[in-house]
Design a protein around this ligand. Structure first.
Ligand SMILES: Cc1ncc(COP(=O)(O)O)c(C=O)c1O
Length: 391
């Protein structure tokens, strides 16, 4: 496997900062995802990749593992479909975008849009009626659970129980231009929450317990909600569930026909914090050492690429050999400069490798990924590098 030293040697003449992706490590992560997901296939969560070339490579070279895309915006889905990509589910609902459409696009044949409220159904049906077409939709069912009064989950979908889903299924009867193609039930509290987070040591055992107890409820609910859709005569093409952190659990749900994952491919810092599996750090960025203020303290250019979500130390990027190079507690990763404390003797112009806390967000900071493959560098544009910015 490519070592960090080899990566630094390979990029020694490149201009910095740059974002890198190592194909050797990516292949290891693909194999790990396969083990976790098999026999089900994985729909690629594009938000965690944000590079069209990588998505295409995964779908073309690993069609036994990956099938379809879970996109995060209708415009993104259209753009991917315009490049020939197929079977795209937009994972989150939108409203205005549908009002703004003035003509049918052939790309929509490949796209399924997410809904959970009557308002979502109404706005898409109105558009489809106006444009005289049919649109594929998918229900996002909420899989948050409750344990002795503790809410364990996320606040996204309104489809919290069978009565609410029934209401939407009744309403759907009036929506003549919609076709219910699938159901998605993402157990965010299991898939997206680490249970071995060094920044949340007190919480880890509680999270572990909550996850265990949540799993049973999740499976029961997803089965019941799926059955309810089918009882209305809908023939579902897919029932999607899971994320990187839950593949091995979600595949056991007999109602699930496919899984979703993305983060395990690049394997950012937050995915180190799960007890059940290990991924290789396949992507990161490199900053240039530009200054030395005092003895044992250097400064690198760039670096302030903090991850989204609740604010915390675990959302900061970190140098890859962080035993030897530490961030400054007061300054952290700075807007344009990042101080580094180290007993190592860094040289000016030297590259320091970092990892991001989240996967795809890295690509929003760089126009291209520098891909390391067979000891060579290949440059491929990120979404941003293709002038695509969706959220
Ligand atoms: C709907 C949905 N499915 C699946 C995932 C899992 O993605 P990943 O494997 O990148 O964590 C997410 C992540 O937030 C999501 O929102």
């Amino acid at each position: 496997m490519t070592t960090n030293t080899a990566i630094k040697t390979l990029i020694k003449d490149e201009s910095l900062p740059l974002a890198w992706l190592d194909m050797d490590r990516l292949e290891k992560n693909i194999a790990q995802l396969k083990t976790m997901a098999s026999p089900l296939k994985i729909r690629i969560a594009s938000k965690s990749i944000r590079c069209r070339y990588v998505i295409e490579e995964l779908l073309n070279n690993h069609s036994d593992i990956f099938q379809g895309i879970l996109a995060f915006h209708p415009e993104e889905a259209e753009w991917l479909a315009s490049h020939g990509l197929k079977d795209i589910v937009v994972g989150y609902p939108y409203l205005r975008w549908f009002d703004q459409q003035t003509s049918i696009k052939k790309e929509w044949d490949e796209i399924t849009f997410m809904v959970d409220r009557r308002e979502h159904l109404e706005v898409i049906d109105n558009m489809a009626k106006r444009l005289k077409t049919k649109i594929n939709i998918c229900f996002d069912i909420d899989l948050s659970t409750s344990h002795f009064g503790i809410y364990f989950g996320v606040y996204r979908s309104s489809l919290k129980n069978e009565a609410i889903l029934k209401d939407r299924l009744e309403f759907l009867k009036q929506c003549q231009h919609l076709r219910l193609k699938g159901v998605m039930g993402y157990e965010a509290q299991i898939a997206g929450v680490g249970d071995n987070n060094p920044f949340k040591k007190i919480l880890n055992p509680i999270i572990k317990l909550l996850k265990k107890s949540s799993m049973k409820q999740v499976i029961k609910k997803r089965i019941a909600m799926t059955k309810l859709c089918e009882s209305y005569g809908h023939q579902l093409a897919f029932v999607n569930g899971g994320g990187t952190g839950s593949l091995h659990f979600t595949k056991k749900d007999p109602s699930v026909t496919e899984l979703a994952a993305g983060s395990g491919l690049y394997a950012p810092l937050l995915f180190d914090y799960y007890e059940d599996f290990h991924f290789e750090s396949a992507a990161g960025f490199a900053l240039e050492v530009t200054r030395q203020s005092v003895d044992k303290t250097f400064t690198a250019a760039g670096g302030g690429y903090i991850a989204s979500g609740s604010i915390g130390q675990d959302k900061s990027p970190r140098p890859m050999n962080d035993e030897e190079i530490k961030l400054d507690i007061n300054e952290g990763c700075g807007e344009v400069q990042t101080p580094l404390h180290t007993s190592k003797n860094l040289s000016f112009g030297e590259a320091v490798l970092f990892r991001h806390a989240k996967a795809g967000e890295l690509c929003e900071r760089f126009n291209q990924l520098t891909i390391i493959h067979n000891n060579k560098l290949i440059k491929k544009p990120t979404y941003r590098g293709e002038n695509q910015c969706f959220l």
